[in-house]
Write a protein that binds this ligand. Structure first.
Ligand code: ATP
Length: 234
């Protein structure tokens, strides 16, 4: 569904991605793990056109992806950015509707809104609450819900568990599985390597702008070098 080939991204003189290849099949959860500064967010931002790449290509369903963000959303890709970036002064419902701003199919939008409320009952209870007053975990749920409102085929999640209490981390990962069962494809970037590998059909390890390992989530969990470097086990 999505093929990233030989991707190179620079920030001025910093060579942040150095020939990255990633292949995502429809219906999969694909996780990217890596240390701080490895280039994980850069990869997601390059896919969604938030930053430009210098070399390589990104193919979505066999077609070269435009580098223009709203065209990428229209093509069926949605990003839930790190740090949530919700609209703090708008209500929960208005935030969700912002996710659907490109859509003209009003009945489809209403259906998806209903699905988001089913997925996140807490959002349903707080439709009119100002988003800035939600707890951190609730804001994360809202950000994911908003990401779903564009009706994406592929959803990119950047550090969804960042800063959440353990119980909520568990809930968020359960929800990611539920989203997969809604027939979506998921690219997940996470520092919580164990959780990210546990739910991944396929996973990649990014180090200093390069993919250094790939395999199924299970294979990588069992890999001694991954255990030592990312899972704190040997
Ligand atoms: P983290 O887990 O800490 O979020 P990451 O793996 O997502 O890290 P990136 O944010 O993609 O890493 O950053 C990759 C490299 O590019 C880092 O060295 C970072 O300092 C650098 N970088 C990122 N954004 C910029 C920018 N706007 N200008 C200059 N350098 C940048």
């Amino acid at each position: 569904m999505l093929k990233v080939e030989n991707l190179h991204v620079y920030y001025g003189g910093i060579h942040a991605l150095r020939g990255v290849d990633v292949d995502i099949e429809q219906g999969q959860i694909v996780s990217i793990i890596g240390a701080n500064g490895a280039g994980k967010s850069t990869l997601l931002n390059a896919i969604t056109g938030m930053i430009q790449f210098k070399e390589g290509q990104i193919l979505f369903k066999g077609q070269s992806l435009s580098q223009i963000p709203h065209k990428i959303v229209a093509a069926g890709i949605s990003q839930v950015p790190e740090g949530r970036l919700i609209f703090a002064n708008l209500t929960v419902k208005d935030n969700l509707m912002m996710g659907a701003y490109l859509r003209k199919d009003k009945s489809g939008v209403q259906k998806d809104l209903k699905k988001v409320y089913e997925l996140f009952p807490r959002m349903a209870e707080r439709i009119d609450q100002i988003a800035g007053t939600l707890s951190g975990g609730e804001q994360q749920m809202l950000a994911i819900g908003r990401g779903l409102m564009s009706s994406p085929e592929l959803i990119l999640l950047d550090e969804p568990s960042l800063g959440l209490a353990p119980l909520l981390v568990k809930t968020i990962f359960e929800i990611i599985k539920d989203i997969k069962n809604m027939n979506k494809t998921i690219l997940l970037v996470e520092q919580n390597a164990y959780k990210a590998l546990s739910i991944a059909d396929k996973a990649y390890v990014l180090e200093q702008g390069r993919i250094v390992k790939a395999g199924t989530g299970n294979e990588l969990i069992k890999d001694p070098s991954i255990r030592e470097a990312y899972l704190g086990k040997n």
